[in-house]
Write a protein that binds this ligand. Structure first.
Ligand code: NI
Length: 196
């Protein structure tokens, strides 16, 4: 696990998972990453919060925010982020009747996952979870190969080495002996570590 010693603020740091409405064959977020960055920046300027860590996946995102003391209104901030993002995108997505009534667009799932961080270990675990996510979802074999996360900031801070988070699998291969005898005494195996 990460040895990240930043003191977290009790009761103020939240982990979020926010999904786009269409989860399959959808690269909406990474294809519009600049729009997303701008929207985050604008909303953060108006209603301050600190982004501790973040990862943008093609169809969802995870992030860790610290809100100002006494302010837990993340819903308003997410509402603005989603709304502003949607207003910049013209995808011709299908919109349900109930959404039309509310003048909502159909780009995002309405609900999102929230978790209040409980202590420094919990904080660190979520930082790792965020950065490991592109490997977890199978987009890359190595965390450093995914450009849309705060991983590189953490490498610069000395929290991770650049090589952190590589998916490897261990494959044992039998080395056949020259007489092609059945496996048994004398059979040897070599271990191959492969990235996939
Ligand atoms: Ni994920």
């Amino acid at each position: 696990m990460t040895h990240y010693r930043r003191i977290y603020t009790p009761g103020a740091t939240w982990f979020f998972t926010v999904n786009s409405a269409k989860r399959r064959n959808n690269r909406l977020l990474v294809e519009n990453i600049d729009v997303l960055r701008t929207v985050f920046y604008d909303v953060k300027n108006k209603h301050p919060f600190r982004i501790e860590a973040a990862v943008i996946m093609p169809d969802h995102l995870h992030c860790l925010w610290t809100l100002p003391p006494g302010d837990a209104n993340y819903s308003m901030r997410w509402g603005q982020i989603k709304g502003r993002f949607s207003s910049h995108i013209d995808t011709g997505e299908s919109i349900s009747k109930s959404r039309k009534k509310r003048r909502e667009r159909g780009l995002w799932q309405r609900r999102f996952w929230t978790h209040l961080i409980t202590d420094q270990d919990d904080f660190n675990r979520h930082v790792d979870y965020i950065h490991w996510n592109p490997v977890k979802h199978g987009w890359v074999c190595q965390v450093a190969d995914w450009p849309h996360s705060s991983f590189f900031k953490f490498v610069k801070m000395g929290v991770y080495p650049m090589t952190w988070g590589i998916r490897v699998s261990l494959i044992l291969m039998r080395v056949s002996n020259p007489n092609d005898a059945p496996p048994g005494i004398g059979t040897s195996y070599v271990a191959h570590l492969i990235a996939f």
